[in-house]
Ligand binder design. Structure first.
Ligand SMILES: *Cc1c(COP(=O)(O)O)cnc(C)c1O
Length: 367
């Protein structure tokens, strides 16, 4: 069983997508086709925001959200130490300086007290990440941002549809950034992303950035990029969005089943289980003393697993210039050293979950 199988989701949509694709090829509307604005309207509605700007990737979405929110050179941006490297890339590529804060044992997301302790006079933005599909404590973070007059931008690339305390992922900050990389909860068939916001000015800056800085054709007010959402990807996403909630529900059921059956097995630490819809379970991440050995054992039984992430961003060679040392963020480091992601995808069957659970039990029985 692969770590991630997209066939249960894609198989049922293939015929419809191919038919629409055939029309699109005849219409030649590969750039800025009507499907792009249609998807933007639908996704904004889904997130509970007024506006959505489709872009080429999640990285573009975070980067454009930061630039459009007014980040200037050397502005400090506070983000969690346990995240995918793209969150840091977005900050530096927007001209900012990433300042990391440790994560919390409660939800594996940015620790609000640690974020507060990292604030300096140069801090401009708080950039929480809703990692593994668990929504960060946005109530506390919004109040922290307000008290210190900081911009709040959400990296919601793993949290399409997550909710916590009545708030929805992506809709709390000045802007929220999503990735539609194929393996995300809402995935395209290639690279794609979007930012959502209620701020018309921010949205129009982001629209210019994605298209060579244009406010109108061949009018270049700012320097921009080639980073539009492809019409083909918008077409795919339009087919998938109506099914996202049911897929997230399947992930929740799978997480529930894992947690019930893996409780007390070996030395596993199971992931936090939020009671409401706070998690959309992008990943189901357990902790164990030797994740590589468990992973190798499962691989022998043809069960795929993942490490998210084996190396904390602050210890990556690409970011050694930030000057952080091992020991700087103990909880993030402990997670990186011991985390193992089990197979998790919409459409994973009870039998498949059973196979994983039995294999893990065998491993700890010395099997
Ligand atoms: C996937 C992801 C991104 C970047 O998305 P891309 O579409 O690959 O650029 C950013 N942040 C997090 C937390 C992600 O998981």
């Amino acid at each position: 069983m692969p770590f991630l199988d997209l066939r249960p989701v894609n198989d049922g949509l293939k015929a419809q997508i191919l038919a629409d694709l055939s029309d699109l090829i005849d219409a030649n509307t590969f750039i800025n086709g009507t499907q792009v604005s249609e998807f933007e309207a639908s996704f904004a509605h889904y997130c509970g925001t007024h506006l959505c700007v489709g872009v080429a990737s999640g990285l573009d979405a975070i980067r454009f959200a930061l630039i459009s929110a007014g980040i200037e050179a050397e502005d400090e941006v506070i983000l969690p130490a346990n995240t995918f490297v793209a969150t840091l890339e977005a900050v530096t590529q927007a001209g900012g300086v990433p300042i990391l804060a440790d994560v919390s044992e409660e939800d594996y997301n940015i620790d609000v007290a640690a974020a507060e302790a990292a604030i300096t006079p140069r801090t401009r933005v708080l950039l929480p990440v809703h990692l593994y599909g668990h929504m960060a404590d946005m109530r506390a973070l919004a109040s922290l941002a307000a008290r210190h007059r900081l911009e709040l931008v959400e990296d919601a690339c793993q949290a399409h549809g997550a909710e916590r305390d009545g708030l929805r992922a992506g809709a709390v900050g000045r802007a929220g950034a999503f990735s539609f990389y194929p393996g995300k909860n809402l995935g395209a068939m290639g690279d794609a992303g979007a930012l959502v916001t209620d701020d018309e000015e921010l949205a129009s800056r982001a629209r210019a950035l994605r298209e060579h800085g244009q406010s109108a054709k061949y009018r270049h007010d700012v320097e921009g990029y080639t980073a539009r959402l492809d019409t083909i990807q918008a077409l795919v996403l339009l087919h998938k969005l109506p099914l996202l909630d049911s897929w997230n529900e399947e992930r929740r059921a799978a997480a529930q089943a894992y947690s019930e059956q893996l409780m007390g097995v070996g030395d596993l630490t199971l992931p936090p289980m939020p009671a409401d819809r706070a998690s959309v379970w992008h990943l189901y991440v357990v902790r164990t003393s030797d994740p590589d050995r468990l992973s190798a054992f499962l691989a022998e039984r043809r069960i795929g697993t993942g490490r998210h992430y084996p190396e904390p961003a602050h210890l990556a060679p690409a970011y050694s210039w930030l000057g952080y040392r091992r020991g700087a963020f103990p909880i993030a480091e402990e997670l990186c050293d011991h985390a193992l992601s089990l197979p998790m995808f919409a459409g994973i069957s009870e039998e498949q979950l059973q196979v994983v659970v039995e294999a893990i039990s065998d491993f700890f029985r010395g099997g």
